[in-house]
Design a protein around this ligand. Structure first.
Ligand code: ADP
Ligand code: ZN
Length: 637
């Protein structure tokens, strides 16, 4: 029990550490400062909770959001650890009883908001405690370079300094840029810390980009296919959020919504309905998610494309925090690109605008690449250049559905070349290139440019008459994503080092099929492949298909899973905690597979620790036994 591994097993019910956890824990226990940079869901909490439990005294955990603190405290208490939090929503009596118990050494973990440290009274109180560790969660909040800078985080270093004995300091974040890391170390005055950055990959997430003709039909089909799976649907605007939510509800999906236009009460009610599994789908703007710890989100669908891969990965990463498979699907439609471009162009600052455009182009690249999506994301974060294909993303799985666009690519690229040549090095954006290729300008200012520069006299004028403009710009985006063309900072196209070799070698170029691109009007035929494969090649569907295929002796009975989920929901409601605090989806699935029937078997399930076994073990074993008897009345003996 008194080793990190012992605590991991007994308190948290896990058999082995995840990557990085054990190293961090050992460094912390040796008294060294630590900076842990790990992606969402990697298991940062365990990294400081185990040293806190083992080191005696009080560990102070500074956390920016009440909801985060509450979740952590609930989870620890349900595992038998007497954690507590002090926040602004508590009345004085409660605060006093927490303080008393901390002073008596009965609270190994005390969660506080950074604002607490502003009060002299509280700092004095801290000095009277035996503080063994100070942990800073979401540590990027201390950095001006981070995306959610919080001035009150600056009070942390002086507060640590004023303690009678300096405790070890540990900081955790999911933001990995060098700038932010260096800044955290500086702002928190960390003492030559042990820095551990684990990879950014989230193996359990399945990535996919869909280009559906009708986003809503896709979404409806998907949500109905997984009626009980919690999912988040991100929309770019309040208006979209409202209408998408309404349509889901109208077709019987238990959806709720969240955006900044709702009043506080509605927002909170909806959020809680989702967290407590009373509602299945949360339709939200990006206002939703920060500080939401719900670990059993099984899919995140982006109804609109975000403005950068940073935002995308952060939002999509809210799926599957429990480590079970989850889908991250982005529904691409060209209109998002136009909306975001417009919003960025409204900005004032030139540098900010350029950065935003660059990030947008990288996001569009993700939507159009036919390579591995996971590798694309990891490359963006400076990781995984040596990686092969992942085999677990939409592109890796749909190699067969690509179609040949070699001719189109040649036409487009020579048009870019000829236009530039005609006007002495002047470069053009994708819309005007599409106009030239179609031999028709759909817009007066572009027509004026074409006339002024004589672009209607070059040899590529009108050579793609029968292709829709959006299909041409779509292929252009693909060519940019694959590095055959590039955009400069003003969105004008030019050649890259891959362009000429491609034109000379005439290699075949394959692009993933999407519903709008057709070779020409005359060739327009219904896309049978899309029909045949249904909408999804996703991760979840795969798992359920497998379970069903194995038939009666399924490795995994959905019916039993539902029964256990229902029981979990009831237990959680009676204790006033979210269901995933009782057991994670992954733990319930493990029970469905192993069908434990005695104490040892139950304790060997990942996620079942001592305390939880005592609280819930028999209830779940009973339910499993009943289900077995119903399946197989004959083996009762
Ligand atoms: P983070 O704070 O890094 O986003 P959490 O600390 O919330 O992630 O952990 C995510 C999930 O992984 C939680 O459900 C947690 O209980 C679980 N977890 C953490 N460590 C392990 C482990 N060693 N084995 C199995 N599950 C773990
Ligand atoms: Zn892949």
């Amino acid at each position: 029990m008194h080793t990190p591994r012992g605590v991991l097993k007994n308190v948290f019910g896990y058999d082995s550490f995840r990557r990085g956890q054990e190293e961090i824990i050992n460094e912390m226990l040796s008294g060294r400062d630590v900076l842990g940079v790990m992606p969402t869901g990697a298991g940062k909490s365990v990294c400081y909770q185990i040293p806190a439990i083992l080191s005696g005294g009080v560990s102070i955990v500074i956390s920016p959001l009440i909801s985060l603190m509450k979740d952590q405290v609930d989870a620890l208490r349900s595992s038998g650890v007497n954690a507590a939090a002090i926040n602004s929503a508590m009345d004085w009596n409660d605060v006093r009883s927490v303080l008393r118990s901390a002073r008596a050494g009965k609270t190994p973990l005390l969660y506080i908001a950074p604002e607490r440290l502003d009060g002299e009274g509280f700092r004095e109180f801290l000095s009277s405690l035996d503080v063994s560790l100070v942990v800073i969660d979401e540590a990027h909040c201390v950095s001006h370079w981070g995306h959610d800078f919080r001035p009150s985080y600056l009070a942390i270093a002086p507060a640590i300094d004023s303690l009678p004995k300096r405790p070890a300091v540990a900081a955790f974040t999911a933001t990995a840029t060098e700038e932010v890391k260096t800044d955290i170390i500086k702002q928190l005055a960390m003492n030559s810390p042990f820095v551990l950055t684990t990879g950014f990959d989230r193996e359990n997430l399945f990535f996919q980009v869909e280009h559906p003709g009708e986003k809503m039909s896709f979404l409806l089909a998907y949500a109905k296919n997984f009626p009980d799976m919690p999912g988040i649907v991100y929309c770019s605007t309040r208006k979209n959020t409202e209408s998408v939510c309404q349509k889901l509800v109208a077709s019987g999906v238990k959806a709720v919504r969240y955006h900044a236009g709702l009043n506080d009460v509605d927002r909170l009610t909806n959020q809680e309905d989702f967290i407590y599994d009373r509602a299945t789908v949360m339709v939200a703007t990006n206002a939703f998610g920060m500080g939401i710890d719900k670990s059993n989100v099984r899919y995140v669908i982006h109804y609109n494309m975000p403005g950068s891969i940073d935002s995308y990965y952060q939002e999509a990463g809210r799926a599957g925090r429990d480590g079970s498979p989850a889908d991250c699907i982005l529904l691409y439609g060209g209109e998002d690109k136009a909306t975001i471009t417009y919003l960025i162009s409204q900005g004032e600052d030139k540098n900010t605008k350029e950065t935003a455009f660059r990030k947008l182009r990288q996001m569009i690249g993700y939507c159009h690449t036919s390579g591995c999506l996971r590798r694309h994301i990891l490359n963006y974060f400076g990781e995984g250049s040596s990686r092969g294909e992942c085999g677990n993303c939409g592109n890796c799985r749909s190699v067969a559905e690509r179609h040949d666009i070699t001719i189109e690519a040649q036409k487009i690229m020579s048009c870019v070349y000829r236009a530039e040549e005609k006007t002495g090095g002047k470069k053009y954006g994708s819309q005007i290139i599409a106009d030239i290729l179609r031999g028709h300008c759909s817009n007066a200012s572009r027509r004026e440019q074409v006339m002024r520069f004589g672009l209607d006299t070059i040899s590529t004028w009108g050579i793609m008459k029968d292709t829709a403009a959006r299909d041409i710009t779509y292929i252009i985006d693909f060519l940019v994503a694959e590095g055959y063309l590039m955009f400069n900072e003003f969105g004008a196209l030019s050649f890259t080092e891959r362009s000429l070799p491609f034109l000379k070698s005439r290699t075949r170029l394959l692009m993933r099929r999407h519903e709008s691109v057709q070779k020409s009007k005359s060739e327009r035929v219904p896309d049978k492949t899309a029909e045949k494969r249904g909408f999804f090649s996703g991760g979840l569907i795969e798992i359920f298909r497998k379970a069903r295929a194995i038939g009666k002796r399924a490795v995994f009975s959905e019916e039993l899973f539902e029964t256990l989920r229902k029981m979990r929901r009831e237990l959680a409601a009676s204790e006033g905690v979210p269901p995933y605090v009782v057991f994670s989806d992954k733990t319930l699935q493990a029970m469905c597979e192993a069908l434990p029937s005695d104490e040892d078997e139950m304790l060997s399930i990942s996620g079942v620790g001592r305390v939880k076994f005592e609280k819930y073990g028999h209830k779940f074993m009973d339910a499993i036994r009943e289900w077995r008897e119903k399946q197989n009345p004959a083996d009762e003996a």
